[in-house]
Design a protein around this ligand. Structure first.
Ligand SMILES: [Zn+2]
Length: 112
């Protein structure tokens, strides 16, 4: 009887642990965002007077383990944080981080 109870508790803990693992950001999120990259573009480089030439300007690259998006246009370098899995695609936000080196970007969870 106790033997089965112990087995039950052990498998319950294992189930909880694997559930928690699913919630932590990791490679799975990076994969999901790769799909997103196919449609997301830097708002500065696709709109109005600041639109860059070419058929598909403002492509973005994931950096910092998938927590930041960087515009690939050479003279742009705007960076957009991904906060709680939502990319903040605002030009003002990108402006803030344009001059910050990728390695100096803060953890997005610490941003307000
Ligand atoms: Zn851009």
């Amino acid at each position: 009887m106790f033997k089965y109870a112990r087995l039950f508790v052990t498998s319950l803990i294992a189930a909880i642990l694997s559930f928690c693992n699913d919630l932590t950001p990791g490679e799975q999120d990076v994969e999901n965002f790769q799909d997103l990259l196919e449609i997301l573009r830097c708002p500065h480089c696709v709109s109005g007077d600041t639109r860059k030439p070419g058929s598909d300007p403002g492509r973005l690259e994931l950096v910092r383990n998938g927590s930041w998006l960087v515009c690939l246009e050479p003279d742009c370098q705007r960076k957009y944080p991904i906060k709680e899995e939502i990319p903040v695609m605002l030009i003002d936000e990108g402006d803030k981080w344009a001059d910050v080196a990728i390695e100096d970007l803060p953890e997005t969870s610490k941003l307000i």
